[in-house]
Write a protein that binds this ligand. Structure first.
Ligand SMILES: [Zn+2]
Ligand SMILES: [Zn+2]
Length: 254
């Protein structure tokens, strides 16, 4: 009997969904990197990463700002006089590696990458549940893209990620917002002009009726202006009298 040794290796070879390296190489070292998530599905998804990618994830394990969950103390949250969302939590710091991962997903729409990013968001969601002493949120929604952006890209990354989380954690995904326009080059503007710019960018979906606690998902938190403006619109539109509480869920904190 001839043994085909090559096919054994082929069958054990496992491609890392991010970098494409053989994730079975150094699998025992990778297993030593803990995955800080309780739900088995996202935990298993992250276990499919190679050791290097697993180590590259800059988890925000110890949020310093109690409001936005940033790993450093946070001028933005101290300065903001009025806030429409309760608190938010972010999974990771927005490092160069994380910028690459997000670009890989946004511009190619790769489903394997999507699963990884959603699994990382599970970490932030579990922290949000712990911080608010809740077992679950009934509704999850996402920051929408402006129509021309959606046409260009073909999908809304925040919506797709929210749907994955909804499935895992038994929440109901509801599209509740429209985005009327996209504001360019956020980083070049002052904070004040960003807040002013956001006004009028979003409206609530006119047919939606909703109440209670809502998780609002976006990919990257920069100043919190988008999150806050969406929360303002959602609260205003919620029934019976703006009684919804909005909780932010972000993949990365810049
Ligand atoms: Zn990898
Ligand atoms: Zn903060």
């Amino acid at each position: 009997m001839r043994l085909n040794v090559g096919s054994w290796f082929a069958s054990t070879k496992r491609e890392c969904p991010i970098c494409g390296r053989d994730a079975s190489q150094g699998a025992s070292a990778a297993a030593a990197v803990p995955i800080p998530i309780r739900h088995p599905a996202p935990k298993q998804a992250l276990a499919s990463l190679c050791g290097l990618c697993r180590k590259a994830i800059p988890w925000i394990a110890h949020p310093v700002c109690p409001v936005c969950g940033r790993a450093e103390s946070c001028e933005d949250c101290i300065r903001r006089a009025e806030r429409f969302y309760e608190i938010s939590r972010c999974a990771v710091r927005y490092t160069d590696a994380m910028k690459d991962w997000l670009a890989l997903y946004k511009y190619r729409g790769n489903e394997g990458v999507e699963t990884i990013l959603a699994a990382m968001l599970a970490f932030a969601l579990e922290r949000l549940l712990a911080a608010t002493s809740q077992a679950s949120f009934p509704i999850i929604t996402a920051v929408p893209l402006a129509p021309e952006r959606l046409r260009e890209r073909g999908f809304n990354q925040a919506e797709r990620l929210a749907c994955r989380l909804a499935e895992w954690y038994g929440m109901s995904y509801r599209p509740l917002l429209h985005r009327l326009r996209h504001t360019e080059k956020q980083s070049l503007k002052t904070r004040r002009s960003r807040v002013v710019d956001m006004r009028g960018n979003f409206t609530a979906v006119s047919t939606a009726s909703f109440s209670g606690n809502i998780v609002l998902l976006d990919d990257v938190y920069t100043t919190g202006s988008t999150l806050d403006e969406c929360a303002r619109v959602l609260r205003q539109a919620s029934e019976p009298q703006g009684d919804s509480r909005i909780y932010g869920l972000l993949w990365a904190r810049s």
